[in-house]
Every structure is written in structure tokens, then in C-alpha cells.
Design a protein around this ligand. Structure first.
Ligand SMILES: [Zn+2]
Length: 495
């Protein structure tokens, strides 16, 4: 974002504001962290779906051939099913629906852990409408509710255009006291005091418990030389919040202007009691303006940016569209539950219709058993484990060879796949948790490298340039992950 004139005044700006971080920076950092989580989740979710599709696609083809007993050429069958799998592409669907679609089609082949994973992902989809609604507001923080103009005025950085926009807005939204207060500050600086005072009367009657408006009113009245009245307003402000130095400071300035040196000193003493360092800082600034405006605190600015707005809503819609597409975000809840329903419904097909691959010897079978953790094993392997070895000595001998053989072939194959897409090899050998962690790390690292962690910018030139560090962090994550994948390929153990 270009903000030429701001750069020169930025130093002064950060020395005025006492908060450790300015709202535009804080809002940008929060928004970026949120968007990164969103992007990582969607990418990892897509990779999980992709690896499931790669894992079970051959089984699907095999079963189709067995059931249909057709004479169709192999290529035609493959093409047909590939087309079925990429169907969401034709519907302009986001990456998430691919995973949902694949999971529903391939449910019969999936093991217990994978099913649980998909179910929790579908529950996340149900909540995604709310999640993107929140993100939309973070995304549009600078362009809604005149937040930017209010911030710039409070920092003394406003342009005539900012004031003009705020004026138009306040006319339409007279109940928005924060906006009126900011406009009043701008008017006080321009010397249009009558108008400022009448705006501030409105603010106080709308929100009589807020000390900020009494403070601004005090400054406006002091500028009109109504010092006694001004002191009264500052006193009101300090009564409403008796820990804020600024109100006592202004109070002492007003008394000083009235030559009540004793009174003025009394408030300085009070300030020193509360915070000697800050008192010193306030007293040492002997420049105009003499009085100090109270800036809106971070928390209140955040609350304001999170209020509903049309822009925020349309940004939320776009965010949702990027990950989901086809539907509107309002349908997220139904979309999530509908896909969950279809997924559970797909479980009604008898399980012996689906090819399973024994996780011990690698033979495919229709009727078999599962391990404790829910991974498939063929009857022979399950027999070996449950029955005594004496009875089946010969089978056992033969079978053990087969298992060993499968283990060594499998290991090479999965190690290679793991290097192409970390997690893919793990998924194929039923190390699902490891696969999910690798997908998450991979997505996180990749997105950090691509985006530098920055999706939105702060509208004030920020002292916080964390992009190169985050890029480096992303690169390091990927390097370490590939190294560890290379050193510890997914071994078929502990299934
Ligand atoms: Zn087996």
C-alpha cells in the first residue's frame, strides 16, 4: 500500500502514541495470522484428499472391472473414472469439495483413522461460514466504519479528504460517537470550535459513561477560553477513569491557564503517583497542542473493526469462494452436514464389495479382518497372529517370506513417494497421523515461502517487516522436513 506523505511523519507518529504497537499493525498481524491458518488448513485438507484418491484409485478400478465384468478397454475405464474424480472441477468448486467428493466415493476403502479424519474435516466445513465471516472483517479492517480516518485523525495525520469522508459519514451516522469524536478533534485543529462542541454534546448524550468524549469536550472549551467549564469536563473524565494520566494532565493544564498553580501542581503530583515515567514524558513535551487528546485503545479499535459491514461480508464471501466455491457461505453449515450425511450413507454399501490391501503382506482381498487400530489384514495374516504356530507351520513359513518381501518392496516405493509429496508415502502405508502432520508442515512451509506470511498490509508504514524472516522460516521448515523424510522413510511398523 502506498502512503507517501505518511512516511515522513511516521517517526513523529510513533513517538506520540504510547501503546507498544499501533492498531493498523496489530490488525494486519492478526489478519495475516488468521489467513495463514485458513490457507494452511485448506491446502492440507486438499493434500489429504489427494493422497486418499491416489491410494485407493487402483482399487476402485479393480473392483469396477470385477463387478462389471465388461470388455471395455482398460484405458477407457481409467479415463472414465478419472473424469468422475475431477467432476468438482466442472462445477467451479474450491479445493475443499474435491476432498469431500473423493472421500464419499472412496469411503468403502478407507480405514478407520482416515474416516475419522474426514468426518472431523466435514465438521470444520460446517463451521467454515462463521470462520470466513470473521476473516472478512479482519481482511477489510482498514476500509470499514471509517476506522482508517478515525485512526489518522487521532494521530494527527489526516488529510482534507479524510475529514470530508468523515463528515459525510457522521451526517449519515449521528449515533456513531467514536466517529463524531474524531471529527470533532479534526475540527478543533482547524479552529471550527462551535461545530466541534455541538458534535461532542451529541457524543456525551449518546454515551455518557465514556471519559474520552468529556476529554475532547474539555479541549474544545479550553480552546474557546472557557477554562472553568473545560476543567469541569476534564474532571468528569478523570472521575470516570481515575487511572488515566491524560485526564489529570489536561486538568492541570487548564488550572495552569487559570493561574491556579496550586491546583495544577496537585494533579501533577497525582500523575507522578500513578506513573512517574509517563508523567515525565507528558510534561517534557512543551509543544503545541498544550492539551492531549485521548487516543482510542487497541481493544476498542478491534471491537470496531469486527462490527458487521457490507464490505466485510463480501470479503468473507470471496474468502469462502477461494476455498469452497459453488455454494454461498450461508450454506456452509448445510454443506458440511450434507457431505457428512452422504459420507455416512456411503457406509451402507457392504464392506466386502471393496478391495482391501492387507497391511501385513500386501495381498488384496475382499473378506478379511482388521488390526486393533483398524487397518485391514488378510485372513491368512490374521490367522497367523491369532492361532498357534504349530498348526500352520508350513503356511506360516511361506507367509512370513511373503510379508518380508512385501515389506522391502513397499518401503522403497513409499520412500520415493514420500520425497515427491511428503506424507503421501506415509498415507499409503497407513501411517495416517504422520501423513497429516507432514501435510500440515508442508502446507505451512510452502505458504510461508510463497506469501511471506503477508496477505494484508498495514496502512501505516510499518516498522514490523517480518516477511523475510517468515520466508526463511518456511524454507527451513521444508528443508528440515525433507531431510527427516529422507532419513526416516515411512517404515511399515506398528500397524
Ligand atoms: Zn496378509
Amino acid at each position: 500500500m502506498q502512503n507517501g506523505p505518511l512516511i515522513t511523519t511516521f517517526k513523529a507518529l510513533s513517538s506520540i502514541d504510547t501503546s507498544w504497537i499501533l492498531w493498523p499493525d496489530a490488525a494486519a498481524i492478526t489478519g495475516n495470522a488468521w489467513l495463514l491458518v485458513y490457507a494452511v488448513t485448506i491446502l492440507a485438507f486438499f493434500l489429504i484428499g489427494l493422497s486418499i484418491a491416489i491410494k485407493y484409485f487402483p482399487f476402485l478400478l479393480n473392483d469396477f472391472k470385477t463387478i462389471s465384468n465388461s470388455n471395455l478397454p482398460d484405458v477407457a475405464i481409467k479415463l472414465w473414472f478419472a473424469l468422475v474424480l475431477v467432476l468438482p472441477l466442472f462445477l467451479d468448486a474450491g479445493p475443499v469439495w474435491f476432498t469431500v467428493w473423493w472421500a464419499i466415493i472412496l469411503r468403502g476403502y478407507m480405514n478407520r483413522v482416515e474416516k475419522k479424519l474426514i468426518i472431523s474435516a466435514m465438521l470444520c466445513i460446517a463451521l467454515s461460514g462463521w470462520f470466513t465471516g470473521f476473516g472478512g472483517k479482519l481482511f477489510t479492517y482498514a476500509s470499514t466504519h471509517l476506522n482508517t480516518e478515525i485512526f489518522l485523525i487521532e494521530q494527527g495525520l489526516e488529510t482534507p479528504d479524510d475529514i470530508q469522508r468523515l463528515q459525510t459519514y457522521v451526517l449519515k451516522n449521528p449515533k456513531d460517537s467514536m466517529a463524531s469524536n474524531a471529527l470533532a478533534i479534526a475540527l478543533i485543529r482547524k479552529g471550527e470550535l462551535e461545530q466541534a462542541v455541538s458534535l461532542l454534546y451529541g457524543c456525551i448524550s449518546n454515551d455518557p459513561e465514556n471519559p474520552v468524549y468529556y476529554n475532547t469536550m474539555g479541549i474544545a472549551l479550553a480552546a474557546q477560553q472557557k477554562l472553568k467549564e473545560a476543567a469541569g469536563y476534564f474532571e468528569n473524565a478523570s472521575n470516570l477513569k481515575n487511572t488515566d494520566l491524560i485526564y489529570y494532565f489536561n486538568l492541570s493544564r487548564a488550572h495552569l491557564e487559570m493561574f491556579n498553580i496550586f491546583e495544577a501542581d496537585k494533579y501533577i503530583e497525582k500523575m507522578t503517583e500513578l506513573d512517574p515515567r509517563e508523567t515525565n514524558r507528558l510534561l517534557s513535551r512543551n509543544t503545541y497542542p498544550m492539551y492531549v487528546f485521548k487516543n482510542t485503545d487497541l481493544q476498542t479499535m478491534f471491537k470496531r473493526q469486527m462490527a458487521d459491514s457490507i464490505k466485510g461480508e463480501s470479503a468473507a464471501g470471496e474468502l469462502w469462494h477461494a476455498g469452497f466455491g459453488v455454494f454461498r457461505p450461508e450454506w456452509a453449515l448445510w454443506g458440511g452436514f450434507a457431505s457428512l450425511g452422504l459420507f455416512l450413507l456411503a457406509g451402507l454399501i457392504p464392506s466386502d464389495r471393496f478391495t482391501r490391501k492387507c497391511s501385513r503382506c500386501g495381498n488384496t482381498h475382499y473378506v478379511g479382518s482388521t488390526t486393533e487400530k483398524g487397518y485391514p489384514v488378510c485372513l491368512q495374516c490374521s490367522l497367523i497372529e491369532t492361532k498357534s504356530k504349530k498348526q500352520h507351520a508350513i503356511i506360516v513359513q511361506h507367509k512370513l517370506m511373503e510379508i518380508k518381501h512385501f515389506g522391502s518392496i513397499n518401503q522403497k516405493k513409499t520412500a520415493k513417494l514420500e520425497l515427491i509429496l511428503p506424507g503421501l508415502g506415509s498415507m499409503l502405508v497407513n501411517r495416517t497421523l504422520r501423513a497429516v502432520i507432514l501435510f500440515l508442515v508442508f502446507s505451512f512451509g510452502l505458504l510461508l515461502i510463497i506469501t511471506g506470511g503477508v496477505f494484508i498490509h498495514s496502512f501505516v508504514p510499518s516498522a514490523w517487516n517480518y516477511m523475510p524472516y517468515l520466508r526463511a522460516l518456511g524454507a527451513m521448515m521444508l528443508v528440515f522436513m525433507y531431510l527427516s523424510v529422507f532419513n526416516y522413510p515411512p517404515i511399515r511398523k506398528g500397524i
